[in-house]
Ligand binder design. Structure first.
Ligand code: 13P
Length: 305
């Protein structure tokens, strides 16, 4: 099984001007759709799992679950903890076989304490073959709501990276999680950070575009999401060209899955085999991932490094 950490992935992405997609999964069917799309696109990919999703999926056995469904998968992939909020959570994921963890210290922690907490995780991760993503700047909307946080300061970013030992860093340049986003990113800030830290992998959270066709299905078949605004794909392509190495997609991935579920449930009222509904949902995430890898992140064909 080609389970790897993200170190070589990001080196190759930086060198060849593409980004690796990290998709937030909640179920093993989502993992299957994700890995198959990456396999068909011959692209590396990151299986991203939040604390809540891990609890739902089976803490302690995620690696084994993924192993079971990835026997025929040949592309390199990582299992990543998204928004780990303590040393203990990060440690238990690393011990369990995650190859990458994010240490998110929250918004109310001082700069020095943030360095200390992140370094503790980085030291542990590096001693166990894993890598760490840090965070500096408010990303906003992490609970699925809206919110626009303060942007990252390039000088502080440089100091944080050098002192904490992180392998990659999530920065705030205008994206936020959930359904209400800015439509323009601060590309100038990204360029400043790149100039201060050449070859360092920056990460973009909150990068969903909110696909109108999926959202239409979602609402046409009983959902109720109004006023959603995503980041245009053109903006994502632009920051990828600048050197952003990892792009996080949760909202688009989840909406695709649930919209397909809603539709198949509504169109098949007398069916009761779960696979009748789960197959189209799996296919919907496959289509979404294949599209992003091929047309937005540019990672298609970069499966060897
Ligand atoms: P979206 O809500 O834009 O998909 O962002 C997901 C994310 O960044 C997860 O950490």
């Amino acid at each position: 099984m080609p389970l790897v950490n993200t170190k070589k992935m990001f080196e190759d992405a930086y060198k060849n001007h593409y980004a690796v997609g990290a998709f937030n999964v909640d179920s093993i069917a989502m993992v299957q759709g994700l890995l198959q799309a990456a396999e068909d696109a011959k692209s590396p990919v990151i299986i991203s799992i939040s604390k809540g999703s891990r609890k739902f999926m089976h803490p302690g056995n995620i690696k084994e679950l993924v192993e079971c469904v990835s026997k025929d998968i040949t592309i390199p992939f990582a299992i990543h903890l998204d928004h780990g909020d303590s040393f203990e959570v990060c440690k238990s994921c690393i011990d369990e076989g995650f190859t990458s963890v994010m240490m998110d210290c929250g918004d109310d922690v001082s700069f020095d304490e943030r360095i200390r907490l992140t370094k503790e995780v980085a030291d542990y991760a590096h001693a166990h073959g894993a890598v760490v993503e840090g965070e500096l700047g408010e990303l906003g909307g992490e609970d699925g709501g809206s919110g626009h946080g303060g942007y990252s300061d390039p000088q502080a970013v440089k100091e944080f990276v050098l002192k904490s030992g992180v392998d990659s860093l999530a920065v705030s340049v205008g994206t936020c999680h959930g359904m209400q986003k800015h439509t323009t990113l601060e590309t100038g800030l990204i360029k400043e950070m790149m100039a201060l830290l050449p070859n360092f992998p920056f990460v973009l959270h909150g990068s969903s575009t909110i696909n109108n066709a999926n959202l239409k299905d979602f609402n046409d078949y009983g959902g109720n999401i109004c006023g959603a605004v995503g980041v245009p794909e053109e903006q994502i392509r632009e920051v990828v060209k600048l050197g952003v190495c990892k792009v996080n997609i949760g909202t688009d991935f989840r909406v695709a899955y649930v919209a397909a579920l809603r539709k198949s449930l509504a169109l098949n009222p007398s069916r009761f085999e779960p696979r009748t509904f789960l197959e189209p949902a799996k296919k919907a995430v496959y289509d979404l991932v294949y599209h992003k890898l091929t047309n937005v992140f540019g990672s298609k064909g970069h499966n060897k490094f």
